[in-house]
Design a protein around this ligand. Structure first.
Ligand SMILES: N[C@@H](CCC(=O)N[C@@H](CS)C(=O)NCC(=O)O)C(=O)O
Length: 234
């Protein structure tokens, strides 16, 4: 049995991390039985969530989890896609995880109003006397990561412009299809659903990511459709 280690539901989403949602969606699409467990980044194999324990085999990283399902169970979730579609799926996955993601991280952790409504609430398990300190240290660590990655060096206008380009590319590629690559789901839907739904959450207030997603009714409809199908009780 596969165990998926995650943070837990937050912001009206199945998990605070889009990478965890992506990994869970991959498991749902695979049809394999799995269970969920609360993870701890301090014990995670690469210091990040998600990771899975598949009968003792520990696999970190949502993409490595996808490749593990393909290698071990011959479940590649890309049947019917031609080479060009596979290349598009890979490119979109990289855009979401390596570019769009950082725009979301910035909004959540560096913009005071969104931080207050989101990540600031995630430290309830830390004993009260230490809570403010831990919150401040983690926020500082995330800000440093944003600076090193580069997103933290842009102006608000530049960041919004870059997010807008990502959102427009997703909307154009989706068009009026039911799933990202056609009329049946494939693995890239795990990623697109995870990131689009994270961007759309209203719980952080009026984020640029949400505003930009709402410019594209097809992306909003897609997120609602997939939520009804894969997370009906969310
Ligand atoms: N490439 C990884 C990224 C996972 C990731 O960045 N997880 C973040 C949460 S969204 C995390 O665990 N961060 C904890 C930390 O860096 O301390 C994947 O695809 O799973």
């Amino acid at each position: 049995m596969i165990t998926l280690y995650r943070f837990g539901p937050a912001l009206g989403l199945p998990d605070a991390s889009p990478f965890v949602v992506k990994a869970e969606m991959l498991l749902k699409l695979s049809g394999l039985p799995y269970r969920l467990a609360r993870g701890d980044v301090r014990r995670a194999p690469r210091g990040k969530l998600p990771y899975i324990d598949d009968d003792g085999q520990i696999i970190p990283d949502s993409t490595l989890i996808r490749l593990h399902l393909a290698d071990k169970y011959a479940i590649s979730l890309d049947e019917g896609l031609d080479q060009a579609q596979r290349a598009v799926a890979w490119s979109v996955d990289c855009m979401l995880g390596e570019h769009f993601y950082w725009g979301l991280v910035y909004e959540r952790w560096a913009v005071d109003e969104h931080f207050r409504r989101g990540p600031a609430q995630w430290f309830q398990s830390v004993p009260r006397p230490l809570r403010a300190l831990v919150r401040c240290l983690i926020r500082r660590k995330v800000r440093r990561a944003l600076h090193v990655q580069g997103t933290g060096r842009f102006s608000a206008e530049e960041r919004e412009r870059l997010l807008a380009e990502d959102a427009a590319a997703l909307a154009a590629l989706l068009g009026d299809k039911s799933f990202f690559m056609g009329e049946r789901p494939s693995w890239i839907d795990a990623s697109v659903y995870a990131f689009v739904s994270s961007a759309l959450t209203p719980e952080l207030g009026d984020t640029a990511a949400r505003r930009l997603m709402l410019r594209h009714p097809n992306l909003q409809g897609y997120a609602e459709r997939l939520q009804t199908r894969y997370y009906p009780s969310q």
